[in-house]
Write a protein that binds this ligand. Sequence first.
Ligand SMILES: *Cc1c(COP(=O)(O)O)cnc(C)c1O
Length: 359
Amino acid sequence: MIKFLDLHKINERYRKEIDERIKKVLDSGWYLLGKENDEFCDNFAKFCGTKYAVGVANGFDALRLAVMGLGFKYGDEILVPSNTYIASILAISECGCTPVLVEPDINTYNINPALIEEKITDKTKAIMVVHLYGQTADVSNIKKTADKYNLKIIEDAAQAHGACHNGKKAGNLGDIAGFSFYPGKNLGCLGDGGAVTTNDEELYNKVKALRNYGSHKKYENLYTGLNSRLDEIQAAILDVKLKYLNDDNNYRKKIAKYYIENIKNDKIILPNYSDEHVYHIFAVKTEKRDDLQNYLKENNIETLIHYPIPPHKQVCYKGILGESYSVSEEIHKTILSLPISPVIKMEEAEYVVKVLNNY
Ligand SMILES: *Cc1c(COP(=O)(O)O)cnc(C)c1O
């Protein structure tokens, strides 16, 4: 079976280094908000090209803290793509704000800049762009609209560690960004983790407090915050893996390029190739998606669907997000994710291509 993603194999490559760093944390007797967190956050900010990074407990909290940091509250509207993973939308609604869905571009799967303006009201405060599948949203275009209406840009960069937009890294494209280090992400830890990045010193200090009960100084609380800290063991593991992130992303790009150049089947619509895309997900579209998925399974190729149910059709949001988003619905019906990772072998990719070309 060609696995969609072999997490054990991914981490096994760095076992020795990870073991040593975990041991160091164990020996130190300091397990939260210490040296490892500081060191990783410095390195991650450098990687993104931002002034600051704050380690937090997961990607969802990173997005919530971004919304809280900007001071948005009940009734404020935040635009967000209708085909994103549920976490982006939950991060808005769990802060009491109103998510307003904008349809994506059918070719890039990212928010369609041409559809943003019509959704702006006098309550709109921000646009949450999601760099879905590892490709950055069209931020330069979106920024023009954001500037015109004085809106903030929040990036959901959970799938886009290392992705670029005109040479600038994800996490450094808006006012504030949230990253996830969920194990399956391009940079993943051995559990949950996340980070917020920004260039704004005030926002940085506020988020740093907000993730620790709203406290700057022990037992003094400036804000009503969360408990959302990145622990020292996860920070140490991430600091090891960050060194190899560029190599891992380059390997993903190599596989993506190979797929794009060699899959030749009228029934399968491929994504475009871009050097700035980090191919967290390699999504193809096909009319009879379930049929293709079964065919690949019969040929020992594991695939996944990102995502099978659009957020506005989820039970929890029934009647809240609007009834019909046709582009999003079309994507959710036809999308299929092929195996791609830093540890898939070239022969395995060749086999995937062969099987797809015979479909
Ligand atoms: C993974 C993901 C998140 C949430 O991250 P967690 O660490 O699982 O909380 C948010 N947005 C997107 C687009 C994601 O893919």
